[in-house]
Design a protein around this ligand. Structure first.
Ligand code: MCN
Ligand code: CUM
Length: 798
């Protein structure tokens, strides 16, 4: 399978040595990161800069009776205390969320979740601002909160959103997909049906760098510059313009180095708006940088999906239908960061890697007195939950039928020749070869040997049980197409601009924004490949709305599928112009000029020694431009993908479960991924390792918890556990290559695959260790006490 333009086959092309496709080029950005020369928002210092600290509510649900900032104002160095009333003057007291809800920037009448933003103290020094915030006296009338989605939908639940006209309950929306009737019929006729309830707990992306912004309004130029932690600077500028009324060309958003995003930096947060507004009002730069607990307690969380899964099958394991019912907790505002037409994200692809005739999903979402969010954390918009559901259910079915789970998977996989494949919910998978990935993973994991060992341990009543878990997931990444996917109305295309300078060096600007994924390297590799340049001769810039072409940003692993495509297409536009110049330089007919991918040179057909490099062509474009040709050598492309890409993989996890302590040890962890043609195998490996670590955190440790009063009990790193090097096993990674047929270089995204694919494999492994005693499910996070309970109930505990 070749992509358009005879697309590069990386394995073959990794040898040309210029740092093109498939080469393990070292990350260009790491020089500055490892020598402490990164430039993050908190590194931005401006003359006269003030500091902002937010006053946050200790209550989850409370009416504000009075805010008295006088004690703070009396402090030396405090410049201003801002409340909703001050913002109302500028029409900035509320802001739209990405899902068309309206969120308070500073609380106007009623607090709706703990740590919500109530007031802001602006001071000359960060510590004074912090002390000042403690001296703002707020009188609250405390109300009953509701934190669980099912409680929130009870008739007698306290009403959270009195600000929405005519709202009488906490229900946000209902959503459904698939064919309810056909699915019900399949369930009636099936030999076997299985059902399992599973909760995908609330998680937090927890990047190393928390969120922050420096607002800097320049009255001389009448221009607002905001340095901020943003995964999507352009769309943030558009929203800033819409909210503030400041014309868009008078706003500049700069997202400098970003210390991890993982989805946390897609939404707009009140702190950004306050910093910008304060700087506008005070005509001085204002910095706001949140603390760790503020980050975990108030910024966009992930998951919080309560799912019931069902499968209908024949007695020999052919899956006839899948059905699911979901209750989603969206927090106090509907502020999920996702394409606006998808209230349940891309949950639609809950039929996974399997060719299933009938499918139906129904979902309700509720407001609760908890922080808003619901998408972020390496997730491609709810595909994480969908993959968890189907990969867990396949295991439940296998156990019910007492067959090996690999057998169920093989029997039901969508076959390679079925692509492009339309799923029962109408989604179009581009390409896949699921069985090859599974075969490779099983071989790498020594699957059969472990199965035998597992049996031996059961027979010998061993202290440590062995469990083997598998996940053969399908991801969906790379939104657009613009016709179906938009953020706040702006279609989800992306862009690249390439300028070749007279000496043959290039500046590439893209509409996406790296937060650690290595774009400064991998996007340069695409250009190196497509133009025969050396990767070191190309610099990639991003994250500045004044200079970069408009793009929708980096999330949903869309950079490679969309901006990567734009970069390839723009390169090819440059190549076309280069041919004109080459013809002039070589005194040949333009039609006779050929480009050779291997050498990277342009030559006259049939005369390979009459050749010219892109550097010589660049000189020609500026110093000997053909008559009648537009001078210069540059191109721009805005790419609207025809479809999304569907990366996939098979993960095999072997665990030991200690019957005495409930502790789980990883014995083997194999991840085979297929992201189509690979740009940089080393960057991919890094993405996989990081994502698997986050999958382990998900399955074993992480959970944002609340008590009945709405207090966040998992809101700091003492209580919100992240995996460290101590908890992470050796990963064995492998890959297959199934190019995307519609992507210019055949590449699919990969950044999210490991976090999407690994939690079900891990849970399947722990369940598998106890399945012989009838255990069908263990909830995440599988801390030792949770696992021990399951062991105890099954009579396996020691
Ligand atoms: N890549 C490649 N070949 C491919 C596919 C990808 O070499 N066939 C490379 C890309 O060129 C890019 C990297 O792998 O350098 C990830 O690419 P892609 O899958 O397109 O994902 P994005 O660049 O759009 O990154 C987003 C994704 C998401 S949504 C989250 S969340 C996440 C993740 O990336 N956040 C991260 N990985 C992260 N890694 C770091 N270090 N920090 C984050 O915040
Ligand atoms: Cu959903 S987390 Mo990533 O898409 O930025």
């Amino acid at each position: 399978q070749h992509a358009e333009d005879g697309g590069p086959q990386p394995e073959k092309h990794c040898g040309h040595g210029r740092g093109g496709m498939g080469e393990e080029v070292r990350r260009k950005e790491d020089q500055r990161f490892i020598t402490g020369r990164g430039n993050y928002v908190d590194d931005v210092k401006k003359p006269g800069m003030l500091h902002c600290e937010l006053v946050r509510s200790p209550h989850a649900h409370a009416r504000i009776e009075e805010i008295d900032g006088s004690r703070a104002m009396d402090m030396d160095g405090v410049v201003a205390v801002l409340t909703a009333e001050d913002l109302l003057e500028y029409d900035l007291a509320t802001m739209p969320t990405l899902m068309d809800d309206t969120q308070d920037v500073l609380v106007n009448d009623k607090v709706k979740f703990q740590s919500q933003e109530v007031a802001a103290v602006i001071a000359e020094d960060r510590y004074v601002a912090k002390d000042g915030a403690e001296k703002v006296d707020v009188t609250y009338d405390v109300l009953d909160p509701v934190v669980d989605a099912d409680d929130a939908l009870e008739d007698d639940a306290p009403l959270i959103r009195e600000d929405i006209e005519d709202k009488e309950d906490n229900h946000i929306f209902d959503w459904e997909t698939g064919d309810e009737e056909a699915t019900a019929q399949a369930f009636e006729e099936a030999d076997v049906t299985v059902e399992e309830e599973m909760f995908y707990q609330r998680l937090h992306p927890a990047p190393i760098e928390t969120c922050g912004a420096v607002g800097d309004y320049d009255p001389g130029k009448d221009k607002l510059t905001v340095h901020m932690t943003s995964q999507a600077p352009h769309i943030h500028r558009t929203l800033f313009a819409q909210v503030s009324g400041i014309p868009e060309h008078k706003i500049r958003i700069v997202s400098p180095d970003v210390g991890g995003g993982f989805g946390n930096k897609v939404p707009i947060y009140p702190g950004y708006v306050v910093a910008a507004a304060a700087s506008y009002v005070l005509e001085q730069p204002v910095k706001w940088v949140e603390e760790r607990s503020e980050n975990i307690q108030t910024t966009g969380f992930a998951r919080d999906y309560d799912m019931t899964g069902e499968i209908a099958a024949t007695e020999d394991g052919e899956i006839l239908a899948v059905r699911t019912d979901v209750l989603a907790n969206h927090g106090a505002y509907n502020a999920a960061a996702q394409p606006s037409k998808f209230p349940a994200g891309f949950f639609n692809i809950f039929t996974g890697s399997y060719d299933i005739d009938a499918a139906y999903a129904s979902l309700s979402a509720a407001y609760t007195n908890t922080a808003p969010g619901g998408i972020a954390y390496r997730c491609s918009f709810r595909v994480t939950e969908a993959v968890y559901l189907i990969e867990r259910m396949v295991k439940v079915l296998a156990d019910e039928l007492e067959v090996d789970p690999t057998e169920i998977r093989r029997k039901n996989f969508i076959q390679p020749e079925q692509f492009p494949y339309e799923s029962p919910t109408g989604w179009n998978y581009d390409s896949g070869d699921y069985e090859s990935a599974l075969d490779l993973a099983l071989e790498m994991a020594e699957y059969e040997e472990y199965r035998e060992e597992q049996q031996r341990r059961i027979e010998n009543d061993a202290d440590k049980l062995l469990g083997i878990g598998i996940s053969s997931f399908t991801e969906v990444v790379g939104a657009g197409p613009g016709k179906t996917c938009d953020i706040a109305g702006v279609e989800m295309f992306d862009s690249a601009e390439i300028r070749i300078h007279p000496t043959g060096k290039a500046t590439v600007r893209v509409g996406v924004q790296t937060q650690g994924q290595g774009h400064e390297t991998t996007f340069a590799q695409i250009v190196a490949e497509e133009l025969g340049m050396d990767v070191d001769d190309i610099v990639v810039e991003h994250g500045d709305t004044d200079t970069d072409p408009y793009g929708l940003g980096t999330y949903g692993s869309r950079s490679t599928p969309v901006a990567g495509a734009a970069t390839a297409v723009a390169s090819r536009k440059v190549r076309d112009k280069a041919k004109t110049i080459a013809a002039n330089e070589l005194e040949a007919d333009e039609g006779d000029i050929e480009w050779d991918r291997e050498s990277g040179e342009f030559h006259v057909a049939g005369a390979p020694d009459r050749s010219i490099t892109i550097t010589e062509i660049a000189a020609g474009a500026y110093m000997n431009n053909p008559a009648g040709e537009e001078p210069g050598l540059e191109a721009v492309n805005y790419y609207d993908p025809p479809e999304m890409t569907y990366p996939f993989g098979s993960y095999v996890v072997v665990v030991e479960v200690d019957r005495e302590t409930g502790e789980v040890e990883f014995e083997k962890f194999v991840a085979v991924d297929d992201c189509g043609n690979r740009i940089n195998p080393m960057v991919i490996e890094g993405q996989i390792h990081g994502g698997l670590a986050q999958g382990i955190g998900t399955a074993m440790m992480e959970h944002v918890t609340y008590d009945d009063n709405g207090n966040v009990t998992g809101g700091d790193f003492m209580n919100y556990l992240l995996p460290t090097a101590m908890e992470i096993p050796e990963f064995e990674t492998g890959h297959t290559v199934t190019p995307s047929p519609h992507h210019p270089i055949g590449a699919k995204g990969v950044g999210e695959s490991p976090t999407v694919g690994s939690p079900p494999a891990i849970v399947n492994a722990v369940v598998d260790a106890m399945a012989h005693a009838g255990v069908s499910h263990v909830e995440m996070p599988m801390t030792p006490d949770v696992v021990w309970e399951a062991l105890d109930e099954a009579g396996l505990a020691q």
